[in-house]
Design a protein around this ligand. Structure first.
Ligand code: ATP
Ligand code: MG
Ligand code: MG
Length: 349
């Protein structure tokens, strides 16, 4: 059997590992010794993400490499690509790591994003505010997740605080979109170019962190499904993408507004483990291993995934007693505020 290399030792890698094992593959996880989030089969190569010597060792031990974590520098990935197939491609990773590149890429394929401007200095922030207006959101170009690396501006007077909050890093200013609903398209594309996508969940955020995803989504979202999925398909095709790709959207009054993309399985796709015939994790493994993709049909009349964040994880003993609940705990050693400790998926048949 083949061995799949996974870069990153968070919950996404852990769930990818479970899906890989079910299909008979071995997995080897690459993560920095300083802090694997989850205990994934104790299979770690101790290193920093940019430790090229360790990455070369890792490459020798696997047949294909994928990643669950996209905040890796381009240089070590470029080195890895010379040694072993990396799926999805380094190009897809590079684009999705950078808010300017991803918005430009998606806009060039006909997608619509909130108005945005690159901001590289305090003066450029003033110029961007003058053009876009407030309310607005300042986001670091790279390395943001779970709402980290962002600052909201209610009015011009918030500019100093916002610039300080993101540490003066290269950023973009985005106009604040008024929307009632957020959703995502989770799409898998195989090596033969075939793609499948899941019905879009309604995604609810609290404090910038995904709180829950519900399927089916309300009509306001369902009516935007076709357009959003077609855009995701064009993005995947343009990148000759292999694996699962996620695009986040706001359901705007005049159609889907693209927010950002992730070159990987996504928190808003966790419901597919029990709520779809083939999970996002299995379809990602199938894609990177050259297998045909599986059905994305929903298994229940209603599915809801709820994240267990921080102290919410302590509710696990009540949740496990619910008949329709599927509990997932990520095996993180320490509860911290805002940390994703697990999730629960409820499927109503
Ligand atoms: P993730 O963990 O999804 O990678 P992130 O830190 O990259 O999150 P975003 O997805 O850009 O952050 O933003 C987090 C949330 O903040 C969004 O899901 C949305 O609820 C809100 N948000 C972001 N940008 C805008 C915007 N331009 N207008 C209105 N709300 C926004
Ligand atoms: Mg993001
Ligand atoms: Mg997001």
């Amino acid at each position: 059997g083949s061995t799949i290399g996974i870069i990153g030792a968070g919950q996404l890698g852990r769930m990818l590992g479970v899906a890989a094992a079910q299909l008979g593959y071995r997995i080897h996880v690459f993560a920095p010794a300083s802090g694997p989030a989850c205990d994934v089969n104790n299979a770690f190569t101790a290193a920093a993400y940019d430790d090229e010597a360790a990455l070369a060792e890792f490459a020798k031990s696997v047949d294909v490499v994928t990643y669950e974590f996209e905040n890796i520098d381009a240089a070590p990935i470029a080195r890895l690509v010379e040694l072993v197939p990396v799926r999805p491609s380094a190009k897809a990773l590079a684009i999705a790591q950078n808010r300017i590149e991803e918005k430009t890429f998606v806009e060039n394929l006909g997608g619509r994003a909130a108005p945005w401007r690159a901001v590289n200095s305090r003066e450029e922030l003033d110029a961007a505010i003058a053009e876009i207006g407030c309310p607005a959101i300042l986001k670091t170009v790279r390395f943001g997740y779970d709402g980290k690396g962002q600052a909201r501006l209610a009015s011009t007077g918030d500019a100093d605080a916002a610039w300080d909050a993101i540490g003066g890093n290269p950023a973009i200013l985005e106009g604040f979109v008024t929307f009632d609903h957020e959703f995502s398209i989770v799409l898998a594309r195989g090596q033969d170019g075939a793609h499948v996508s899941y019905p879009p969940p309604l995604n609810g955020h609290e404090d910038g962190i995904l709180a829950r995803s519900t399927v089916p989504a309300p009509a306001e979202v369902a009516s935007q499904w076709t357009e959003a999925a077609a855009l995701a398909g064009r993005v995947a095709d343009a990148l000759d993408y292999v694996g699962v790709l996620t695009l986040e959207f706001f359901a705007g009054k005049d159609g889907p507004i693209f927010n950002e993309m992730a070159p990987r399985v996504h928190n808003s796709g966790h419901w597919t483990i029990e709520g779809a015939v083939t999970s996002q994790f299995e379809n990602h493994i199938r894609a990177i291993c050259g297998l045909p993709l599986g059905s994305t049909a929903v298994t229940g009349t209603r599915v809801e995934m709820e994240n267990l964040i921080g102290e919410q994880a302590r509710r696990w003993s009540d949740i496990i007693a619910e008949p329709e609940a599927h509990l997932h705990l990520y095996g993180k050693a320490e509860i911290r505020p805002g940390r994703k400790m697990g999730h629960v998926t409820r499927v109503w048949r």
